[in-house]
Write a protein that binds this ligand. Structure first.
Ligand SMILES: Cc1cc2nc3c(=O)[nH]c(=O)nc-3n(C[C@H](O)[C@H](O)[C@H](O)COP(=O)(O)OP(=O)(O)OC[C@H]3O[C@@H](n4cnc5c(N)ncnc54)[C@H](O)[C@@H]3O)c2cc1C
Length: 324
């Protein structure tokens, strides 16, 4: 079933839309955007030209219409019933800049790939950014998820974050304002990060290159990085590895339709071909239920699940088996 309200919502924004410079797409297919290559339509997708354009657009969107921002979709599972309201997808032109702005400081636009900041840091002998080399997301996604890997985390490098809220007000947040914890920020959910300033430290280029090579080699060996995936499906519970719990509960390689827990890294869920959002999420909840039964531990999703279920295809957490 397709969602076909996009044009109606666009019309409701009124004549102010003619002054908007970015691209507006009604009923935008999200399976072309996310790494999973699955999911329904976004009612309206907006790709702002720059921050001023984003602010102008947000002021046109009626208060009751939901708005969410996405990065490059490497951590998103979109449900098949689609996403109501507006999805903001930042454009590389307006939000992809990357520059050195002082001693060991780098300013990065929110849609800039994590890999690029690692490469720039290497070029300038700035340490502390090697871990971004292995994360396939954007800086905006890294700021929201406190992305981290191989011993490094976003929160260690953030100096200040520039953002716009749902109403179009602008903010500058300090590292403390971001309230970081494991794969989480306490910053208001409606904030759209536009760019940020990061700080590293002077480091020998050979050492940085060595650390980046180690990140790449590690990933190629242990992760299904060339598959349609969303990275780690579940967060590591305190004192445990999610993959071990899944393995022990018999989840490695488990399949539902075209969705599979990777045989290579069983905390990575993959779309082996034509998996639907339903199949991917149903597999995830099946694994959660099995781990709960086997170890008593409730796995928490790391992947963000967004949008509506298709009517008749709703999925309950732990398949409804959790006891509280
Ligand atoms: C093969 C693979 C390996 C991975 N390895 C790792 C890893 O080692 N470590 C790790 O931490 N993650 C990993 N991930 C997950 C993912 O890459 C990170 O979470 C990344 O930071 C998400 O960025 P994104 O641009 O894809 O965000 P999306 O997936 O598009 O969005 C993720 C969340 O960020 C929010 N968001 C995105 N942009 C903005 C913005 N500008 N302002 C506010 N909120 C925003 C979205 O609303 C959503 O809630 C991996 C993923 C894959 C596919």
């Amino acid at each position: 079933m397709k969602q076909v309200n996009g044009q109606k919502l666009l019309d409701a924004l009124g004549s102010g839309v003619s002054a908007i410079r970015g691209r507006i797409t009604p009923d935008a297919p999200m399976d072309r955007v996310t790494w999973f290559r699955a999911g329904g339509l976004a009612e309206l997708m907006f790709q702002p030209h720059d921050t001023d354009d984003l602010v102008a657009f947000l002021k046109l969107v009626p208060e009751e219409v939901p708005v969410m921002v996405i990065g490059v979709g490497s951590n998103l599972l979109v449900r098949d019933g689609g996403i109501p309201g507006v999805v903001i997808r930042l454009s590389a032109k307006g939000f992809g800049d990357l520059e050195i702005v002082g001693d060991n400081r780098i300013k990065a636009g929110a849609i800039c790939p994590d890999k690029n900041i690692a490469a720039m840091a290497l070029d300038h002998g700035i340490g502390g950014f090697y871990f971004y080399y292995g994360i396939p997301g954007s800086i905006g996604g890294a700021l929201r998820m406190n992305a981290g890997a191989n011993g490094g985390e976003t929160r260690e490098r953030v100096v200040e974050v520039h953002a716009v809220d749902r109403k179009g007000n602008r903010y500058v947040l300090s590292n403390a304002d971001m309230g970081y914890s494991y794969r989480h920020t306490a910053a208001a959910k409606d904030l759209i990060f536009t760019h940020a300033i990061f700080e590293g430290f002077p480091e020998d280029k050979a050492k940085i290159r060595h650390d980046m090579d180690a990140v790449r080699q590690h990933r190629e060996t242990v992760q299904p990085i060339r598959e349609k995936t969303g990275g780690s499906t579940f967060k590591n519970p305190e004192g445990h590895s999610a993959w071990k719990l899944i393995d022990e509960a018999g989840g490695r390689g488990m399949m539902i339709g075209g969705a599979q827990m990777s045989p290579l890294h069983c905390n990575f869920m993959i779309n082996t071909g034509q998996a639907s959002g339903y199949e991917l999420e149903y597999l995830g909840e099946t694994v959660r239920a099995q781990v709960l039964e086997h170890s008593g531990i409730k796995l928490e999703w790391e992947i963000k699940r967004i949008g509506n279920f298709m009517p008749g295809y709703e999925i309950k957490e732990f398949l409804g088996r959790a006891t509280g």
